[in-house]
Design a protein around this ligand. Structure first.
Ligand code: HEC
Ligand code: HEC
Length: 235
């Protein structure tokens, strides 16, 4: 374990505070707010990590620091503060972590910990490890009051990318949504609608642009109940 990681681990488990001395301010890269934005541009450490074979054992060690927030199981928290990660496609994990490290997705809480991954190999390792964790089924759900409407919206607008089980698409970098927390997903879609999530997919932005708060609640509630048995716990 390197020194930064030990420091960071102590910080994370005691206070959830930034590891002392391990970070400057997070960088800021041009994102969806800029005219020449290209989603998932083929550049940077992401491309290197995608080409490498992840070492699950080293990934498990690298994940220790992450477990302070995302939990050892990867399940995150139903209150939506920390997303569920278990069983996510390693491609999606590599992209999201690289975007956070590169300042394309703003995440000041996680940034000091994201930079404890020492190189593209370790980025591939931790992502390979997280993908092996089973997707939990006790994630946070919505109220359940408008599921028929939620299903219709999902089938009309989302299923083409996120899939009938919420399985996404590994090769296209579409995230798994099965097992994800209702509150986290609601916050993400609001951030995607308003442009706050700067690494968003422009085709998805168009789709959700005119959704009302009631639409968002219904579709996210429906999504929070999707199950993808292939990567689920207990199978
Ligand atoms: C101090 C808490 C904290 C730590 C430690 C932490 N994260 Fe996070 N992570 C977050 C938060 C908060 C978010 C969601 C931010 C948002 O709302 O956009 C997040 C988001 C993510 C996402 C995006 C998930 C998605 O569905 O898009 C990934 C992947 C991730 N973290 C991986 C990691 C890894 C790997 C580590 C360890 C190297 C780590 N995190 C350490 C707090 C943390
Ligand atoms: C054109 C394909 C496409 C469509 C259609 C689409 N999405 Fe997405 N969605 C994506 C991609 C790609 C991402 C990840 C973007 C990135 O790289 O950060 C994403 C991210 C998300 C996230 C955040 C997930 C996370 O782990 O942080 C949520 C929630 C979501 N989509 C919900 C929806 C809903 C609801 C709909 C339908 C109303 C929808 N999406 C339609 C491609 C799509």
């Amino acid at each position: 374990m390197n020194g930064i990681r030990i420091l960071a681990l102590a910080g994370a488990s005691l206070l959830l505070a930034a590891p002392a001395g391990a970070q400057g301010p997070a960088p800021k890269a041009a994102g969806i707010e800029s005219d020449d934005y290209v989603w998932n541009a083929e550049a940077g450490e992401k491309m290197e990590a995608l080409d490498l074979k992840g070492d699950v054992e080293n990934g498990e060690e690298a994940y220790e620091i992450c477990s302070a927030c995302h939990l050892p199981s990867g399940a995150g928290r139903p209150d939506g503060t920390f997303p569920q990660l278990a069983g996510q496609h390693s491609t999606v994990l590599i992209k999201q972590i690289a975007d956070i490290r590169g300042g394309l997705r703003d995440n000041p809480i996680m940034y000091p910990f994201a930079i404890t991954l020492i190189d593209p190999q370790e980025l591939a390792d931790v992502s390979a490890y997280i993908q092996t964790l089973p997707i939990p089924t006790d994630n946070g759900k919505g109220s359940g009051k408008d599921l028929a409407r939620g299903k219709k919206l999902y089938d009309d607008h989302c299923v083409s990318c996120h899939g009938q089980y919420g399985e996404g698409d590994e090769k296209k970098f579409y995230p798994v949504l099965a097992g994800q927390h209702y509150k986290y997903m609601l916050r993400q879609i609001e951030d995607i609608q308003t442009g706050r999530r700067r690494n968003a997919n422009p085709d998805m932005v168009k789709v959700v642009q005119d959704f009302t708060p009631e639409d968002l609640d219904a579709v996210v509630d429906y999504m929070s109940r999707l199950q993808w048995p292939q990567r689920q716990a207990g199978r």
